[in-house]
Design a protein around this ligand. Structure first.
Ligand code: CIR
Length: 255
């Protein structure tokens, strides 16, 4: 059983944090419809969708991935890099406490869950504008007893590590090699994003299917040619807020 925690799109999403993108008008009703379709995709692939309490005053709260890292044994409650996003964590911690023991990162650590790429017992942590060395050290110390190996990874040119690289299958990385070095991750099969689609490196693997933005057709073609089953979703309005598909859910495996 997989539970997917999600949170409704805030009517204030137009005031979201932006780092690498220029602000564009966001159609809130369309963003909400796209988010509903994303939740439906999660449900259709077997996840039980649990909606967190809405927080309409927090523009970025739909991007729940950044507030926590859920592992099999424990969940880490992050300290998001953007100060405006720190109030998002309390309600996520309250919900996750029903599933896992919690570990709270402490200042001066800052971490966005979008910077955490898990491959088995290895956690790759992007050193980005949002996540720092203190977070890497706190994670390393807290998770060593559970047998996790924590590896810091430089990223540049994008918001988070998972803007640049995600798992498209257990043995396959979907990657923008302009933003992160593929050699850091070991000998995996690579599907590089199409040159014209730099933001195409973020897909959400659920079972064997990759939930993937419909807006990157050239990279989708490469993924399909690599034998990756895709479930396409329209996320144009969430992309304007510098979000993508991993960031809109927290996946919890188990009963
Ligand atoms: C932010 O800048 O924090 C939000 N506007 C976007 C966060 C997207 N998060 C993610 O991809 N994990």
């Amino acid at each position: 059983m997989i539970t997917a925690l999600t949170r409704a799109v805030s009517p204030a999403i137009g005031q979201c944090e932006l780092t690498h993108l220029a602000r564009q008008p966001i159609n809130v009703a369309l963003a909400q419809a796209q988010h509903h379709a994303y939740e439906a995709a999660l449900h259709s692939l077997g996840a039980q969708v649990q909606q967190l309490p809405p927080t309409p005053h927090l523009p970025d709260a739909v991007f729940v991935e950044d507030t926590a890292v859920v592992l099999d044994e424990v969940a880490i409650i992050t300290r998001p890099g953007a100060i405006s996003r720190r109030p998002e964590t309390a309600s996520v911690a309250a919900a996750l406490a029903a599933y896992r023991p919690l570990i709270h990162l402490q200042a001066p650590a800052t971490l966005d869950g979008g910077d955490v790429l898990r491959m088995g017992r290895r956690l790759y942590i992007g050193s980005s504008g949002r996540s720092n060395q203190a977070a890497i050290e706190q994670l390393r110390a807290a998770l060593a007893p559970y047998g996790y190996h924590v590896v810091g990874v430089p990223v540049s040119g994008c918001l988070h590590l998972k803007s640049a690289v995600t798992l498209a299958a257990p043995d396959t990385l979907l990657i923008n090699r302009q933003w992160v070095d593929s050699h850091l991750f070991g000998p995996l099969r690579l599907v590089p994003v199409a040159e014209a689609e730099p933001y195409a490196g973020n897909g959400l693997l659920l079972g064997e299917t990759l939930i993937y933005p419909a807006g990157y057709p050239q990279t989708a073609q490469r993924l399909a040619a690599a034998g990756i089953p895709l479930q396409l979703v329209e996320v144009t309005e969430l992309v304007k807020a510098e979000g993508a598909v991993t960031c809109c859910s927290l996946l919890i495996t188990g009963p």
